[in-house]
Ligand binder design. Structure first.
Ligand code: GLC
Length: 537
């Protein structure tokens, strides 16, 4: 199918991730819900983003907060009803927002009827829908594979005397993607939501779907560092990123393409060289294999510059880049790089070549909230306590206003609010024309106005020390981005930023329109966007 301008909205657009438990509660149980999201859609639309991605909202025992699905086409009552979902979809579309759902095909909940049947007997018709193996001769698990959430990835099941495989919790048994019936069942799920009108999927742990046919032992990780999560002690050579996974993704892509204008996003934590394979042969894989490189890189100008270069060079011809700064699994960017650098990070994200995905609350500079031992909800932290793997701190309630519970709920929220929520909230930050929220709004508006920022080439400009410099160009129009990753002021000579041009935006929001005459002086932690006035824009 020939792609059209209309179909390419995801290239030009900006994505915004909503973690439904923490966005807005309307029924007073301290947990966010679909009606809450509907209520806050005008805010999301006002940011100027184009699509929302909702973390799972499906029927689930919530062992992993919805990433353990018990009914792929049902809405969990905690979040609302199918009518609520339909209303959400309609309201979002009415505001010009696309809606992306989280598809969790690698594993279901152990409460899913498929698994309940599968574990019943060795000759149950659903037996082969999951991954069952005999133990080793000594009764030990079938191989050395480890669960990402701690311990062996194999759980012994008394009823049938075999082990089943779970890459995550034992409540999340892995589906057997080598079984065509499993593929069809999940493809039906995709068709169900696509027919309803959802605009695409973010596919959970897509690089996990296919496992080694022979279930060989994984090799030890020679670079394991004490204090890191125990599953990193072995590499995942045989348990993830198998060549046949690309067949599956191409099948998913075929389904998506039959509907037109939909997008397939893959969650993939792999080095850049391997990540780009997920665009697929002839780009028939995921349109957006999530690029998480910014989440783990050392926050310095040189290291970020290097990884942008590596990524740009690794992209297959025609592949569209994308960038992510935060998500529900990783520490908040404002805590990782510091509040001041969070503004520079925002400018980077929204000026790089490629589709940006924002994580709710990052536009407020929300920080990682400390979680006391008694408040821990995340199963990862519960299983592997005390080494800092907990994900609760980046999943705390959205900070809407200065009222009790920050306008998120009338009840005590399921996770504690940040102590700064009385000040760092939407109402306050919107009233402050120099706040990080105002910066996000201005960056998004500028990106919409200037095609260079969306479609322009990425051209690095050599720079020293804490400075990152690059240019985005379309024909004879160009914009230069100048970012100071350090706390010290830096002076940049005008030849590299373009003489006689203007500051279109500073991260401090206090020098727009300033003419560059001679050197461009940046303050510590300042980023600026430089260009000619766009009279056409
Ligand atoms: C993905 C999700 C994460 C979840 C895991 C298991 O990494 O983003 O939240 O715990 O998959 O489903």
């Amino acid at each position: 199918m020939a792609s059209t301008q209309q179909d390419d909205w995801w290239r030009h657009g900006i994505f915004y991730q909503v973690y439904p438990r923490s966005f807005q509660d309307t029924d007073g149980d301290g947990v966010g819900d679909l009606r809450g999201i509907i209520q806050r859609l005008p805010y999301v639309a006002s940011l100027g983003v184009d699509a929302i991605w909702l973390s799972p909202i499906f029927t689930s025992p919530m062992a992993d907060f919805g990433y353990d699905v018990a009914d792929y086409t049902g809405i969990d009552p905690l979040f609302g009803t199918m009518d609520d979902f339909d209303a959400l979809l309609e309201a979002a579309h009415g505001l010009g927002l696309k809606v992306i759902l989280d598809l969790v095909p690698n594993h279901s909940s152990d409460a899913h009827p498929w698994f309940v049947e599968s574990r019943r007997s060795r000759d149950d018709p659903k037996r082969d829908w999951y991954i069952w193996r005999d133990g080793a001769a000594n009764g030990a698990p079938p191989n050395n594979w480890l669960s990402e959430f701690g311990g062996s990835a194999w759980e012994y099941d008394e009823t049938t005397g075999q082990y089943y495989y779970h890459a995550f919790l034992k409540e999340q048994p892995d589906l057997n993607w080598r079984n065509p019936a499993v593929r069809e069942a999940i493809y039906d799920v995709m068709r169900f939501w696509l027919t309803k009108g959802v605009d695409g999927f973010r596919v959970d742990v897509i690089w996990h779907l296919i496992k080694d046919l022979d279930f060989r032992d994984n090799p030890p990780n020679p670079h394991y560092v004490e204090g890191r999560p125990p599953h990193e002690k072995i590499l995942t050579q045989y348990s993830t990123d198998q060549p046949e996974v690309h067949e599956v993704i191409a099948e998913m892509r075929d389904i998506i393409d039959r509907y037109g204008g939909r997008v397939l996003i893959g969650e993939i934590y792999l080095p850049l060289q391997r990540l780009v394979a997920y665009y697929g042969n002839d780009l028939r894989g995921a349109q957006m294999p999530f690029n998480f490189a910014l989440l783990s890189t050392l926050w310095s100008a040189r290291s970020v510059e290097r990884l942008i270069g590596e990524y740009e060079a690794a992209l297959p011809p025609g592949a569209w880049p994308n960038w992510v700064l935060g998500n529900h699994d990783r520490p908040r960017v404002a805590s990782r790089v510091g509040r001041e650098q969070a503004r520079v990070a925002a400018m980077l994200l929204l000026t790089l070549r490629g589709t940006p995905t924002l994580y709710y609350g990052d536009e407020l500079g929300m920080v990682q909230v400390p979680i006391a031992p008694g408040q821990v909800r995340d199963p990862f932290e519960k299983n592997v306590p005390g080494i800092g793997v907990g994900r609760d701190g980046c999943r705390t309630p959205m900070q809407w206003d200065a009222t009790e519970h920050a306008g998120f709920s009338t009840a005590r929220p399921w996770l504690p609010l940040s102590i700064d929520s009385a000040h760092e909230n939407v109402v306050n930050l919107d009233a402050d024309t120099r706040s990080i929220l105002s910066l996000y709004r201005m960056l998004i508006a500028l990106r919409k106005k200037r095609t260079e920022l969306v479609l322009g080439t990425y051209e690095p400009i050599a720079a020293q020390s804490d400075l990152l410099l690059f240019c985005r160009r379309v024909d004879d129009k160009s914009i230069t981005i100048v970012l100071n990753f350090g706390a010290e002021p830096i002076s940049v000579t005008s030849s590299s930023v373009g003489f006689g041009r203007k500051i279109l935006l500073s991260t401090f929001l206090d020098r727009d329109g300033e003419l560059i005459d001679g050197a461009l002086d940046l303050r510590g932690h300042e980023g600026v966007i430089v260009g000619a006035d766009d009279h056409a824009g």
